[in-house]
Design a protein around this ligand. Structure first.
Ligand SMILES: [Zn+2]
Length: 90
């Protein structure tokens, strides 16, 4: 009676999983790890979502690391520019 459970995680589950992982990891991120999360972090920031709560390690790294912070700001600028392009002409 093999009822097979779907093996695919929804975006929400993945988010919860990542959130859990982020909270369990006690150590700080490296720059590479920070940069890997940075686009998500920037997107959440732009959307007004609590990026610092969802990814506290990234926030912590950005507070300490000037290189990544500059990268983050550049990313924010790029995302804003993209948003402006996507916005329908009123
Ligand atoms: Zn860094």
């Amino acid at each position: 009676m093999g009822e097979r459970k779907p093996n695919i995680l929804g975006p929400r589950q993945i988010e919860q999983l990542l959130d859990k992982v982020a909270r369990t990891l006690p150590q700080e991120l490296t720059c590479d790890e920070c940069l890997a999360e940075l686009d998500r972090f920037a997107e959440m920031t732009l959307l007004g979502q609590p990026a610092e709560k969802a990814m506290p390690l990234v926030a912590q790294h950005l507070a300490m690391c000037r290189d990544c912070r500059e990268e983050f700001e550049a990313l924010l600028r790029a995302l804003r520019a993209m948003q402006a392009e996507e916005a329908p002409d009123a």
